[in-house]
Design a protein around this ligand. Sequence first.
Ligand code: HBI
Length: 96
Amino acid sequence: MIEPLSEAERADALDALADWDHDDGRDAITRSFKFVDFSEAFAFMTRVALLAEKADHHPEWSNVWNRVDILLTTHDAGGLSTRDVALAQAIDALVE
Ligand code: HBI
């Protein structure tokens, strides 16, 4: 069982993940990325996919041409967990 974040942990995480929005309905975090073209967007997705496999924690995501929309939540926890925070930070590092 993966524990969901506590209220305090969630507040701290959302503060730290300034580029992510909280989806209250799902207790998830979302971020949209825009690249110069599809090739760059897909290269980003490939790198995220490798991070996700390494973490055994996978995004819910969509791609339209140069845009990638990512939603992170932990299905096994029914909401946000430390796995989402860690993956979001690793994803941010790809584009920082
Ligand atoms: N990814 N976002 C997300 N949420 C999960 O609960 C999850 C996952 N990837 C893999 C996975 N669970 C399973 O491997 C569990 O056994 C951990």
